[in-house]
Write a protein that binds this ligand. Structure first.
Ligand SMILES: Nc1ncnc2c1ncn2[C@@H]1O[C@H](COP(=O)(O)OP(=O)(O)OP(=O)(O)O)[C@@H](O)[C@H]1O
Ligand SMILES: [K+]
Length: 312
């Protein structure tokens, strides 16, 4: 490749969130009036990529959207955030991924996700992106696209000594054992850790135990995020788990906090390769802690200029 290498490449999902706020959730067959509607940019892959970009990482997204209004709009959203879009494919065989979300006045929601074009991302697109994947500093994957595609991307990265972050979300109980060996950092939340290990993860102690179990399966390190409690970090080379607390904040909307954390982690891994993982996790906690103080997903993600200098 002649051009400069990327810091972070995300191989993952794009979703358009169609959000309606209504006094209550409609029953089957019923039509009700809501009081607010908005469209948001979401999808775990894109969220993580955009958070990394806002912190200053040179990023590229490998994903698939539809040849439709939402797909065009999403590509513009990437450009607006400085994300490289040469590996964003557009297909006429499926619609851009969409999440139709209804939120009631009590804050409860009902969601229908149609993954659409996300499921058509496969080998062909990965091969097109391979020259860039070979030279990136960090590659990030989740499970909102075909798991086979995620696995193939992680393998490509590993074969080229590129650092990998794997976020097994949304969790699948029968996650293939081969995902662990291709993860430099295996980063999940409490409920994903619970589903994967089969034991409850409700506090730091239980997170340490679950982390040890995940580590045994072959990843180089594990991070389990614990909402307002921060996270735990475990590394193959240091047997004792580390608890990384976070500063208390007044949370107004925690939607997308996990993705903000992972995007920030990817940025730190790319920019400060020798920084201890606990320190990166501490700083990612701080970034995600800012995201919970604003509504929405990407709309709540901070830019480098909004954050204290000590985080850089
Ligand atoms: N109430 C909070 N106060 C401060 N930080 C928070 C809070 N909630 C989340 N965070 C930060 O965000 C990180 C990720 O949160 P969490 O573990 O809830 O992920 P998640 O369940 O994947 O989030 P979500 O599904 O809401 O996107 C935490 O490790 C922490 O750093
Ligand atoms: K938020």
């Amino acid at each position: 490749m002649t051009e400069e290498a990327f810091d972070v490449i995300v191989v993952g999902s794009c979703m358009t969130d169609l959000v309606s706020q209504a006094p209550r959730l409609p029953k089957a067959g019923e039509t009700i009036h809501g009081h607010k509607f908005f469209i948001g940019f979401g999808g775990k892959g894109a969220n993580q990529c955009i958070q990394a970009a806002r912190l200053g990482a040179k990023t590229a997204m490998v994903c698939k959207v539809g040849k439709d209004f939402f797909g065009d709009n999403y590509i513009q959203n990437f450009k607006d955030n400085g994300v490289h879009t040469d590996f964003v494919g557009q297909t006429s065989n499926s619609a851009t991924g969409a999440a139709s979300i209804i939120v009631n006045d009590a804050g409860e929601n009902a969601i229908v996700i149609v993954a659409g074009a996300n499921m058509l991302l496969g080998s062909e697109e990965l091969h097109k992106a391979l020259p860039a994947i070979r030279h990136t500093k960090v590659l990030v994957c989740q499970l909102e696209i075909s798991p086979q595609t995620s696995l193939q991307a992680l393998r490509m990265a590993q074969e080229n000594k590129v650092k990998t972050i794997f976020n097994p979300a949304p969790a699948i109980p029968d996650l293939g054992p081969e995902f662990y060996g291709v993860s430099d950092v295996f980063c999940c939340n409490e409920s994903e850790a619970e589903l994967l290990t089969g034991s409850s993860v409700g506090n730091v102690d239980e997170a340490h135990k679950a982390g040890q179990e995940l580590l045994k399966r072959g990843c180089r390190s594990v991070i389990i995020t614990l909402g307002p409690q921060g996270c735990v970090v475990l590394k193959v080379e240091e047997p004792s788990p580390k608890y990384v607390p976070t500063t208390a904040v007044t949370a107004v909307d925690t939607t997308g906090a996990g993705d903000s954390f992972i995007g920030a982690l990817a940025f730190y891994m790319a920019h400060y390769p020798t920084m201890p993982l606990e320190e990166m996790a501490l700083r990612a906690n701080r970034v995600a802690g800012v995201s919970v103080q604003a509504v929405g997903t990407q709309t709540s993600y901070p830019f480098r200029k909004d954050l204290p200098a000590e985080l850089f």
